[in-house]
Design a protein around this ligand. Sequence first.
Ligand code: MLC
Ligand code: AMP
Length: 490
Amino acid sequence: MDNARGFADREAIVSEGTVYTYGELMAAANGVSRKLLAGKGSLREARIAFIVPPSFEYVSCQWGIWQAGGIAVPLCVDHPLPSLRYVLEDSQANALIVHPDYEELLRDTARELDVRFLPLEAFSSAPNFAVPESPAPALRAQILYTSGTTNLPKGVVTTHANIEQQIRTLVEAWEWSADDRILNILPLHHVHGIINVVSCALWSGARVEFLPRFSAKTVWEKMATGAITRFMAVPTIYFKLISFWEQQSPEERDRLSTGAQRLNLMISGSAALPVPILERWRSLTGHTLLERYGMTEIGMALSNSFRGERRAGHVGKPLPGVELRLVDGDEQPILEEHVPGEIQVRGPSVFREYWQKPAATAEAFTADGWFRTGDVAERNDGMFRILGRDSVDIIKSGGYKISALEIEAVLLRHPAVDRCAVVGLPDEEWGEIVAAAVVPTAPNPDFAAISDWLREQIPAYRLPRRWLAVDALPRNTIGKVTKKPLKELF
Ligand code: MLC
Ligand code: AMP
């Protein structure tokens, strides 16, 4: 926000066809801040949830909450009510800023939970006072919810200092400049969209254009017409862009490819980038995708080089300011190459805590402050290669992290389900797809009906895409479901 003052007249955001300058963004954020403060000096880390589609208004809310000393809790615009309610309850939200499209959905829930309900329109009339002091770096700034090895998502708390470091390292490594223009097609309740795309661009005086939803046609058009200089996405999106290109005429393919060549950077992350996608993208656009590795708790940690080598199947080297090591089963550092171990990360970009979960926070760190990522990697000629995760219960689909345990816990509430187990199956387009094996309470379960019911309970991207009715789940000698043999059943 401090940087923005130096860019006041530059274009900051393109949202629904309107261009907004940094000056307009600061004024809008200031309005949000004043309205939230209502005469008080600081919100003192009150949790301010907000449900606003990716847009100028989204950033105004985020900056306004920050300026007022609150903790921003972005809600996902696609989540069903139970998921939204969980975040409001778990974060102990004090207030909720609501875009008009979600007022009806959330009004009663906010009342029940005693959360102050603030329609977004109320902020447009807020007066434009002088910008208050920037919040102290040690204050908590944001809570992002992440699925994990427990059946309920955890709130990852980052401070202003954490976020600043997460941004600074990427701005330096990927050489962001004020002349850059980027398109955001990612959801804004995860770091990929919020930090890597939006915050890095706005830190640098660059321009962000929001697409409310991903559309392969529009992304290609933005690349072809020179509207953007860089692009970032998950591997599934590159898969979809390639499929779209393949459906075009030879002349159209040529136009799209020629335009895409002009970008200065294209990045893939949030899930493993299959080498065939990297190679196909290179043949279409001339760009070798820069693959990097990160996590909600740590921001980005490893990256291929902006100017130097980008090695297929590898995620590069530690970013500036990131301390990273591989450890063996006894948590001893691995110094040799080609030996797999868990990635552990330390440094100022690492999150502060899981919200109100001191035991989970303590468990996530070693005694000397290393964060245990649960990801397994090896080092090959100085570059890291991700080999997988230490938990079979974590699935990555379309770049989203999904907890198998969470889906199982919800499924068990359905009367047709006696027992169940959820796994991820490899998939070319989605990375993994969610699959559920069910021991039904009666023969011939109606999986379409169960799926419709589930859609009301959990976000659509977590829905099982493959179903299997079984008489019994495979178990080991101590009665625990064995997921490897289960995957083979599919
Ligand atoms: C959707 N569909 C799926 C699916 N998600 N099918 C299988 N598996 C999935 N995961 C189906 C829908 O049911 C629908 O089918 C059809 O696909 C279109 O749905 P959609 O929601 O309109 O899809 P689309 O908009 O194309 O979404 C795809 C996507 C989205 C790739 C744009 O998944 C996405 O935004 N992913 C990014 C997530 C992200 O930002 N992750 C970063 C986390 S941070 P039907 O039959 O109903 O038409 C992190 C740290 C780091 O990981 O390192 O960055
Ligand atoms: P999230 O918790 O949603 O932030 O997802 C973080 C997880 O995504 C990491 O722990 C990794 O498992 C995975 N991930 C991110 N980037 C990559 C990558 N380039 N290759 C493989 N896995 C990745």
